[in-house]
Write a protein that binds this ligand. Structure first.
Ligand code: PGA
Length: 254
């Protein structure tokens, strides 16, 4: 069975001092807590804060991830940061294809290249998929998420035991404070799980799985973690304050 994942996506919400403060505070809170070895806690700060947060979380119960990274390893790519570079700084995870990046023009093809590069570097990709409100209204939801999974994993050759995480994030609930219901999440996760397994024949299913994202809070996390095909959460707003995020961690730590 895949481990449980709680991933904080800080987006562009904290300045560097705040990022350092929140990471330090969370580390302190976690020091007092016995954390289940199958619960992975991942912080994804902005690129500029990665190095200082990496120092803080080194040898702690927290792992580091980036919110994106570029697929080429090196070269004349103004403004880009490579997967190799985030790995050097200590990242073990990378969020790929978040809807806020797709909205800025990130294509399925770019996402696929990033997934390949992440796996080649030994990082765990957290691939975001999810429908917009319009797509849902038009009855396209299932097709959209299946398509996004297939495109992201097209011609991927992962080692059998490499972790691959798909975050189901219905775009229309992100940042609204109102998550979807658990029956909805269960249904979407089963479609994604099937697409994931179809895309990766031979991959051991215990190393890949689905997490939920979109207005997750300490109040609603139990609804999702009670589902057998949801292995954790990708958390935006509710991860920005250490004790708020800690409250969610405590719910998963049992
Ligand atoms: P939210 O963000 O928890 O603030 O809805 C989640 C995300 O965008 O990953």
């Amino acid at each position: 069975m895949l481990e449980k994942y709680l991933i904080a996506n800080w987006k562009m919400q904290l300045d560097q001092d705040q990022a350092v403060r929140q990471a330090t505070e969370l580390k302190k809170l976690l020091n007092k807590e016995k954390i289940d070895k199958d619960l992975k806690i991942v912080l994804c700060p902005d690129f500029l804060s990665l190095a200082s947060v990496a120092e803080i979380v080194k040898d702690s119960k927290i792992s580091l991830g980036a919110q994106d990274a570029f697929y080429e390893e090196k070269g004349a790519f103004t403004s880009q940061v490579s997967i190799k570079q985030i790995k050097e700084i200590g990242c073990e995870y990378v969020i790929i294809g978040h809807s806020e990046r797709r909205a800025l023009g990130e294509s399925d093809e770019m996402i696929n290249k990033k997934v390949k590069a992440a796996l080649e570097q030994g990082l765990t990709p957290i691939i975001c998929v999810g429908e917009t409100f319009e797509e849902r209204k038009e009855g396209q939801k299932d097709l959209v998420i299946m398509h996004q999974v297939y495109e992201a994993l097209k011609n991927i050759e992962a080692q059998k035991d490499q972790r691959i995480i798909i975050a189901y994030e219905p775009v229309w609930v992100i940042g609204t404070g109102q998550a979807i219901g658990s029956a909805d999440a269960f249904y979407a996760a089963s479609i994604i799980e099937q697409s994931l397994l179809d895309s990766l024949p031979g991959h051991d299913e215990k190393y890949c799985g689905v997490i939920y994202g979109g207005s997750v809070s300490a109040q609603n996390i139990d609804d999702f973690m009670g589902l057998k095909n949801i292995h954790g959460a990708l958390v935006g707003n509710a991860s920005l304050v250490a004790d708020g995020f800690f409250a969610i961690i405590k719910k998963l730590n049992n």
